[in-house]
Design a protein around this ligand. Structure first.
Ligand SMILES: NC(=O)c1ccc[n+]([C@@H]2O[C@H](COP(=O)([O-])OP(=O)(O)OC[C@H]3O[C@@H](n4cnc5c(N)ncnc54)[C@H](O)[C@@H]3O)[C@@H](O)[C@H]2O)c1
Ligand SMILES: O=P(O)(O)OC[C@H](O)CO
Length: 426
């Protein structure tokens, strides 16, 4: 594990997002910053999308007659008072060094490590608000499970965040149902972090320094033109800022120290595209698995959907992200097959899809009734991926992804899925 060694400055960490997974990850990193005061500032900021809420009746903090249980209060106030995200991760004790902050700009101020963890629909707008307010040499980790799609392109959130903010950003994804992780039940995760060469500990990075008297490290113009190969194999030149030399480089060691816990085991790899795609595409497969479970079709049917889903996940990566995506990320890492299995067994996408078939209502209706503000990612990812494939005439090559979208749209029925998967039904 990393130690401070020659570095005198500490990393400040901010988690952008505070939903079910956002709060669980914030708990983990706050536990680790407390355990490693040589590397990190103890206090971790967590940006909260502010809303008014009361303590729910099911919470251990609910007391009939108490002002928090009867009148709405700001969620940040409740989190900081009870050290419990009573709405999105109820009844989990959050470390007292984790501070909920409703101001995005204030929470990211001076942070050298930014962790992005919120439903993917919101990240673009938040990055726009963060521009100019973050340290230019900050580095990021995206815990978002989704892909950024428009008619032109499909992109990884780690890359679109990185481009918007002018920073390097890796990705964390794995078989991680948030409530289980928060209850400290053992799980594994995969972090893909392939930082620019200038971030390595040795040798000291080359940097362009202004002429004149020697400035302090914080005043140096440490911009480096970094030749960068993106997840599709395209090489471009990006201007990145070298972190000051009195701050420990954000390399695999530091990343592992920040996220690894006795109950949360981290593998660090370099395949950012594979890790991100695994987390995004399995959500579509989880919906399809939930649909067949809703019909009462049993474990064999679920396994068949998962098998086809895994093949389509790998194919999608290979087809649209060239050879940068490694098949073994899908077959060997937590971010691949393990996440697929857990999501298709007990994830929200699976559970809501199952209930929608059982109750004969739309999945959106179930989401609203059952998730108390948490949001499904599979429904929008299914739509995004469908439109992306359609624009390229590739629908027939991804029958499960396309079939799931068409069921969601009400164009075909769940009973059609076996034939859809085999391309027998159009
Ligand atoms: N929950 C899990 O078990 C889990 C596990 C691993 C990964 N993930 C992934 O983590 C990411 C975050 O998921 P989550 O579970 O933390 O979120 P969630 O489903 O709990 O979503 C609710 C969050 O969205 C916020 N929100 C609502 N409206 C907003 C707005 N207009 N702007 C900004 N934020 C707004 C809410 O305040 C809340 O924090 C997703 O990509 C998800 O797929 C989730
Ligand atoms: O609950 P879901 O379906 O969003 O999935 C949760 C996690 O991604 C499982 O690893």
């Amino acid at each position: 594990m990393a130690t401070l060694g020659a570095y005198s400055k500490k990393h400040k960490v901010t988690v952008v997002g505070s939903g079910n997974w956002g709060s669980a990850i914030a708990k983990i990193v706050a536990e680790n910053t407390k355990e490693h005061p040589d590397l990190f500032e103890e206090e971790v900021q967590m940006w909260v999308f502010e809303e008014e809420t009361t303590v729910p009746k099911t919470s251990k903090h609910y007391h009939a007659g108490s002002k928090f249980s009867t009148q709405p209060h700001k969620l940040t106030k409740l989190i900081n008072h009870f050290h419990d995200n009573v709405k999105y991760l109820p009844d989990i004790a959050l470390p007292t060094n984790l501070i909920a902050n409703p101001s995005l700009q204030e929470s990211v101020h001076d942070s050298s490590i930014l962790i992005f963890n919120l439903p993917h629909q919101f990240i673009g707008g938040l990055c726009d608000q963060m521009k100019g307010h973050i340290l230019p040499y900050a580095r990021g980790i995206s815990c978002i499970k989704g892909v950024s799609v428009d008619s032109e392109d499909v992109r990884l959130f780690s890359e679109s965040i990185g481009d918007k903010l002018g920073i390097y950003c890796g990705a964390l994804s794995g078989a991680n149902i948030a409530n289980e992780v928060a209850q400290e039940k053992f799980s594994e995760t995969t972090i893909a972090y392939d930082p620019p060469p200038m971030d390595s500990r040795n040798p000291t990075p080359k940097a362009t320094t202004p002429q004149g008297p020697t400035p302090s490290s914080s005043q140096l113009d440490l911009s480096v033109i970094n030749e960068h190969k993106d997840s599709k194999g395209k090489t471009s030149k990006v201007k990145l800022i070298v972190p000051p030399s009195d701050l420990a480089p954000i390399d695999h060691d530091i990343i592992k120290t920040l996220f690894h816990r006795p109950y949360f085991h981290v593998q660090v790899v370099s395949d950012v595209a594979g890790v991100s795609l695994g987390g995004a595409l399995k959500n579509i497969v989880a919906i399809a698995t939930g649909f067949v479970a809703g019909l009462g079709w049993g474990d064999n049917a679920k396994a068949a959907v998962m098998r086809v889903g895994l093949l389509e996940m790998v194919k999608f990566g290979k087809m649209f992200f060239s050879n940068n995506v490694q098949t073994k990320t899908f077959t060997e890492e937590s971010a691949g097959v393990a996440d697929l299995i857990t999501s298709c067994s007990g994830g929200r996408n699976y559970r809501c899809a199952k209930m929608s078939v059982e109750r004969k209502v739309s999945i959106q209706e179930v989401e609203k009734e059952e998730l108390n503000g948490q949001m499904l990612q599979g429904t929008s990812t299914a739509g995004d991926v469908f439109h992306f494939l359609k624009a390229r005439g590739k629908e027939s090559e991804f029958p499960l992804f396309v079939g799931t979208y068409r069921i969601l749209q009400g164009e075909v029925s769940v009973e059609d899925l076996p034939d859809l998967m085999e391309g027998k039904k159009k």
